[in-house]
Design a protein around this ligand. Structure first.
Ligand SMILES: [Zn+2]
Length: 305
């Protein structure tokens, strides 16, 4: 156990860890006290056996660049040789995800890589300032970032329903209506939305979400970049982080990137796609939950808890 932990922990302080043990506990659905031991245990996550084995054998080689790494290579976004790709879960996500990484963000500490490893087809990681132009596809993209102009996922649902209605139910619209009637029509659209819901498919018109992977102090440069202006901004529901590298002095509602992606998708599934959530995206926390448990156990065994 002690063999690789110093690397994994990056010699970070464990202060405040105990407080976080209850962080993933959802008061609405989980009430058992056993969750205090491991709040991640009710998630539907694939067997960690492969990671347990890899952890015992220590660092291994990245099949692409040859660097010695633990579990995965954070530069090449692939698992190391002792972690066969076939033994880690692969997820298909309902949306494409772009992650914009601050160049000063230490790669080895970022959880953004977890998303790329677990959903390689749907996730792209860009290092700022090398980011795509979003201008032409702006209506299909939202940026996940809290701010004065950001809206909630519930509001996003309404926004998308209006767009969907315009497309799906276009034949019902009075095409001769004058532009100044537009506002009144938008207000009355809400009544028609239910009629349109029968036609609603998974195609909400939303195709991509953008996350910023950076310490909170470094985000300003990215968020003010002109290429990200005019994008709809979404603020996540308040949740507490479980991240062991939680930034000192910041509220525990500041999530790690993989937690933010996970929670966004869970909420999107329920509030926008209107489907029952059955753990479909839990495996996004495959590496996160393993490391969480490892650190928690190490902490208990050294009696620092
Ligand atoms: Zn590599």
């Amino acid at each position: 156990m002690s063999l690789n932990l110093p690397t994994l922990l990056n010699q970070e302080s464990h202060r405040g860890f105990k407080k976080k043990i209850e962080c993933l506990k959802n008061p609405e659905s989980q009430t058992t006290s056993s969750l205090q031991d491991n709040p991640l245990q009710n998630l539907q996550i694939a067997s960690h056996e492969v990671l347990e084995k890899a952890q015992k054998s220590g660092r291994s080689k990245c099949p692409k660049c040859g660097s010695s790494r633990m579990f995965y290579c954070y530069s090449c976004y692939v698992p190391v040789e002792t972690v066969p790709t076939k033994q880690i879960p692969v997820l298909k996500l309902p949306l494409k995800i772009d992650i914009i990484k601050h160049p000063n963000e230490t790669d080895g500490k970022s959880t953004a890589v977890h998303a790329k490893l677990l959903a390689p087809e749907d996730v792209m990681i860009y290092t700022y300032p090398c980011i795509p132009e979003y201008e032409e596809k702006r209506h299909e993209i939202v940026l996940i970032f809290p701010g004065p102009n950001s809206i909630s996922l519930k509001d996003l649902d309404l926004h998308l329903q209006r767009n969907t209605k315009k497309n799906v139910c276009a034949e019902d619209d009075d095409s001769t209506a004058e532009p100044f009637l537009k506002q009144a029509r938008i207000e009355s659209e809400q009544q028609n939305i239910n009629e349109c819901k029968a036609n609603k498919t998974e195609d909400t018109g939303l195709k991509k979400i953008i996350f910023i992977d950076s310490t909170w102090n470094q985000t300003n440069k990215i968020i003010t970049d002109e290429r990200l202006q005019g994008l709809l901004q979404i603020e996540l529901k308040t949740r507490k982080t479980c991240f062991w590298r939680h930034q000192k002095g910041k509220p525990d509602t500041y999530l790690s990137t993989i937690e933010a992606i996970y929670y966004f998708l869970v909420d999107y599934h329920q509030e926008v796609l209107k489907k029952k959530y059955k753990g479909q995206y839990d495996n996004l926390l495959f590496f996160f939950s393993f490391m969480y448990t490892l650190i928690k156990n190490a902490k208990s065994s050294t009696g620092k808890e």
